[in-house]
Design a protein around this ligand. Structure first.
Ligand code: ADP
Length: 312
């Protein structure tokens, strides 16, 4: 086996009360990538379509994640080939639905497969979070973990890295609106509070606990009640035009909950069933139609598998 084509999924991180820890994987939104073994050693990015992104290995998250895997491998084996990477980008960088994470997770998944699976999924998360270090300055795992494990994941700790795989609700859809505006990472960080009250913290961890419980007992109502963020959303939502209206209209159309995807500007909603997801798509599109801001709406089931093989 010398070549593999994969689907590298988009992900939602910072799910409401699960800021920095809770993420989930999407099914019908993602990039495609082809990874092949090459006679030349090292990592080369040979094709990128869809977006303008760096070809230089060390400046592209896919290259950086691939190098992290290779480095580990080289300490264990001396092998005499390299890898070429082609990236067919569909997820806009900076959209808040894990564009960089998809590339980082996709490449290490594919290389691992071509190498006969020497690494565990947890190790793949370790390599791909090096790509995230390039994209956002710190080796965050809350997008790459769901991209690799699928479903909902909880980053229990980052040092040592511990990921908990959570069950998903069987009929759950995510509907996401991506307003095509840029929010600077520095701005989305600057609005975060540096301290929080014990009262808010208590409410937040009660919600995160009950949300995890809801996933385990398949309780949509409890899931919905728990999708509340008392700490980050009240600050960051001010950076997203018409966030409150989107939230209100999505709830009116039957959504279980709504929040900021990643650090924005995308807004996610969760819905039970395809019909409700369609209603919510329409309702939130209507909100943005009234603005001058271009937007894109996506609807997807939760992907319980993570990165998928398209061709071997
Ligand atoms: P998102 O907000 O969708 O999660 P990120 O902020 O994670 O997107 O990543 C976007 C940043 O990473 C951009 O600065 C982009 O130029 C950089 N980047 C480097 N390589 C890639 C890649 N292969 N895919 C996407 N973004 C990349």
């Amino acid at each position: 086996m010398n070549e593999i084509k994969i689907f590298a999924p988009a992900t939602v991180a910072n799910i409401s009360c699960g800021f920095d820890v809770l993420g989930c994987c999407l099914d019908s939104i993602g990039d495609e990538m082809i990874i092949r073994k090459s006679a030349d050693k090292g990592i080369r990015i040979t094709k990128i379509t869809g977006e303008i992104l760096p070809y230089e290995t060390k400046k592209n998250v896919a290259g950086v994640a691939a190098l992290a895997l290779l480095e580990k491998l080289n300490t264990e084996l001396d092998f005499d080939f390299g890898f070429e990477i082609e990236i067919y980008k569909n997820i806009k960088p900076g959209s808040g639905i894990g564009s960089s994470a998809a590339s980082a997770a996709g490449v290490v998944f594919a290389m691992n497969r071509l190498l006969g699976e020497p690494f565990s999924k947890l190790e793949l998360v370790e390599f791909s979070r090096e790509g995230e270090r390039l994209a956002c300055g710190s080796p965050i795992a809350d997008n790459v973990a769901p991209a690799l494990f699928g479903g909902f994941t909880l980053v229990k700790s980052t040092d040592p890295l511990k990921i908990i795989e959570l069950p998903t609700l069987p009929d759950l859809y995510a509907v996401i609106i991506h307003p095509q505006i840029e929010i600077k990472t520095s701005d989305s960080r600057a609005v975060l509070p540096t301290t929080i009250s014990l009262e808010l913290a208590t409410k937040q961890w009660a919600n995160l606990g009950s949300l995890v419980h809801a996933l385990h007992i398949e309780n949509y109502e409890l899931f919905s009640e728990s999708l509340v963020d008392f700490i980050v959303e009240p600050h960051r939502s001010k950076l997203i035009p018409d966030f409150d209206k989107v939230k209100q209209e999505s709830k009116r159309a039957g959504a279980l909950g709504c929040g900021i995807s990643g650090s924005g500007p995308s807004i996610f909603t969760f819905c039970k069933g395809e019909q409700t997801a369609d209603n919510v798509s329409n309702a939130i599109s209507e909100v943005y139609k009234k603005t001058q801001i271009p937007y894109h709406v996506y609807s997807s089931k939760i992907n319980t598998q993570g990165v998928k093989i398209l061709e071997l």
